[in-house]
Design a protein. Structure first.
Length: 294
């Protein structure tokens, strides 16, 4: 049982594409409205006594779905302003945010019952639970359609873009053997970094792991420095790029770029590690990797 719990916890911590940004949110809300209205109006999934209706079922369906979409739009606009970074979005955050939105939608539909239905028990707990339950049932159905479609769209888009990248040749990589003095938080730990052998750096708490390659061997160094400080010290080298909040990569040592729903994945010269490129940094990566700096 403990092993299953750990596996489930790891699943909810997995990165998940945050596609509810301000640019695409309006289109997505419109798509949700059209799909939701079609389903509610034409399939009539829940029993309603026609004698209780104060208006036609067409208007009831329209207003129910319209209010729900307004809540959807408002919630994700708020999430978009509050979230720290796009690449920190996880499966768990996605599930919790959708659950919160479905609950608010159900609550709003409950408060609108007096507008739609002539029933003395409109304000009862039973109808509150019913509206929340109905909203979750419809919401889960729509999510099962929309989320896979968005996942597939983003996956194939990134995969197609990744196919266009051509890694730097061995000759171009050997043409520049820059050495940079890296100043760490421990003065005695300062060292000279040879950029030709530098593959990538990964943040590990208050430390950074430097992955190097020398004479065909992979070398790992652990230094007390932040990834942000390291990025600042290497900013004059445009081929050293931040691809994720935890990674800096030498683009001249990238041998393959593949795409997935979250962004890109980078393979490095004779090294087993796969380095991610998060969605929020895709544009910077595209420009840097295809630029003259390589």
């Amino acid at each position: 049982m403990k092993r299953k719990a750990v596996t489930l916890a790891n699943f909810f911590r997995q990165p998940y594409p945050y596609y509810f940004n301000q640019h695409s949110l309006g289109k997505l809300a419109l798509g949700v409205f059209l799909l939701g209205f079609f389903f509610v109006y034409f399939f009539e999934p829940f029993n309603v006594d026609p004698e209780e209706q104060k208006m036609s079922y067409l208007w009831i369906s329209f207003l129910h779905v319209a209010v729900s979409c307004l809540i959807f739009y408002a919630c994700f606009t708020g999430f978009n302003m509050l979230k720290s970074q796009e690449d920190r979005w996880t499966v768990g955050k996605e599930v919790l945010s959708l659950a919160l939105i479905f609950f608010l939608m159900g609550l709003a539909n409950f408060f609108m019952r007096d507008l739609f239905y002539d029933n003395p028990y409109n304000w009862s707990v039973n109808y509150l639970l019913e509206e929340v339950r109905n909203t979750f049932l419809i919401g889960i159905l729509l999510v099962m359609i929309i989320v896979p479609l968005n996942f597939a769209r983003m996956y194939h888009r990134n995969a197609r873009k990744a196919e266009a990248f051509h890694p730097a040749s061995e000759e171009s990589n050997r043409s520049s053997a820059n050495q940079v003095l890296i100043e760490t938080q421990v003065k005695a730990d300062d060292f000279s970094l040879e950029l030709e052998s530098f593959l990538f750096a990964k943040a590990e708490g208050n430390y950074v792991e430097f992955h190097l390659q020398s004479s065909g061997q992979n070398i790992k160094l652990l230094k007390r420095i932040t990834i942000k400080d390291l990025e600042t010290q290497l900013k004059e080298f445009p081929w050293i790029l931040k691809t994720h909040r935890s990674y800096l990569v030498n683009l001249r040592n990238v041998t393959e770029v593949s795409g997935n729903a979250q962004g890109y994945q980078l393979s490095l010269r004779e090294h087993p590690a796969i380095v991610p490129v998060s969605r929020g940094l895709l544009k910077a990566f595209d420009q840097a990797f295809t630029g003259a700096a390589l």
